[in-house]
Ligand binder design. Sequence first.
Ligand code: BEZ
Length: 389
Amino acid sequence: MLFVSFASFVSKALLVGIASTTAAQAEDKLRVGLMLPYTGTYAALGNAITNGFKLQVEGNGGKLGGRTVEFFTVDDESDPAKATENVNKLVKRDRVDVLVGTVHSGVAMAMAKVARETNTLMVVPNAGADELTGPLCAPNIFRSSFSNWQSSYAMGREVAARKHKTVVTLTWKYAAGQQSVDGFKEAFEKEGGKVVKELTLPFPNVEFQPFLTEIAALKPDAVFVFFAGAGAVKFVKDYAAAGLRTSIPLYASGFLTDGTLEAMGEAGQGLVTTLHYADGILNAQNQSFRLRYAKAYKVQPDVYAVQGFDAAQLLDIGLTAAGGDVTRRAELQKAMETAQIASPRGTFTLSRAHNPVQDIYLRKAEGKENKLVAVSIKALADPARGCKM
Ligand code: BEZ
């Protein structure tokens, strides 16, 4: 009898202990690790993602899932060689609850490896590496952006629809460039086109002249490229200066012209691209997002800012369902998996591999905007090849 009441005293004390640990944890700050490029060719992309993420957190009273956010930041320099060391600064040294990053596909794959090994919750706010929602997919890894396949597949169809038969591709030689070309080629060749030559240069080189000379000699019907950030500006200016804009039409996924049009000036005008965002999307979320972003940062947002904003929205949904407790994984992940994200790009859901299922827009550069021309493909889902989840 005495034993029974002692046992029940112990179990009650344990329950109270667990409850107060959980309550104390919920009162602790949520440690969010931002691993993004703040220097180098993708610096502007890292800054826009950070701004978008913080805009959402600030609109939420500085909280995610009811917990005040404390930020830890690492500049990954878009350098895969430093990626494992950098992500460990956040996971091991700063003991973050959540990893948010990054822009560069190669760096993101190294981050995902550490996130998988340590079971750290991770949201990718840009990097399109097909592997992240393919063979490297995992219950704790989510993406608020796109897959490399997804954003260029639509352009393959558009270029074929314009009756171009031969295309030369040019990109940086790393996962994002290669997979963008693969996605483009898959759609373009399915429609009867032919990619006659695939040209590459190392990331982040910008010595484009020999490639422009080769393109001029090959005389394809059109050119498809993947470039982004500062390198995209240099490429578009060089393409125009070489006189190719008037002779060989240039197409790309929209990373070429997002956040770069002002710097490109006249050379960027009229460029046709496909992407999961366009400046003039008419929905209430986009209008309010653009106003708030411009007021807070005195610049117009771009796709990267949208992806950062949506990474924070997605985390807020998951953490709210888990009472702010990152260890309540089943509830947290289920809420994220089934979320309807009210994004400035239009509402999207996640695929079984945790990649956005989203509309891809056809856009045309006019002034400082990538104007919406049409929906190129509605609710496009990445094929998630190799994802076993
Ligand atoms: C990537 O490396 O995945 C990437 C970088 C910049 C823009 C889009 C994709």
